[in-house]
Design a protein around this ligand. Sequence first.
Ligand code: C2G
Length: 135
Amino acid sequence: MKRVITYGTFDLLHYGHINLLRRAKSLGDYLIVALSTDRFNTEEKHKICYFTYEQRKQLLEAIRYVDLVIPEDNWEQKITDVQEYKVNTFVIGDDWEGKFDFLKEYCNVVYLPRTPEISTTQIKEELKENHGDKH
Ligand code: C2G
């Protein structure tokens, strides 16, 4: 069984995330998503999430490509995760190109092109701009 892992916040889940998860799963048979915890997001990634960890976990677990969701609570856990879960391939969007090459000692490292024109930040900004415009 070829095991793949990826990491992220996945807040306001959108088709860019789904494209990443679909391609990540296509690289193996079992996909683990290490989901950034609320603490990790606020204290270290400086991201304010709309959905809580539990809500984001529930959303990810409903996706056919995702086999397991585990917490990502710090920047340093990747090597132990790869070893503990016997991961063959680490995958992440190419906005992180090169940042996780240290994992090449333990598994394959794949940076996938991001889906253009969609991001959680953009969704929030457009909602703010359009607030009050009744459709
Ligand atoms: N993504 C994508 N296309 C987009 C938006 C996101 O391919 N339009 C990918 C990102 O590259 C990432 C994944 O979807 O691989 C999750 O995105 P984020 O939640 O923004 O992840 P990030 O905050 O970058 O967390 O330790 C690693 C970090 O936890 C990664």
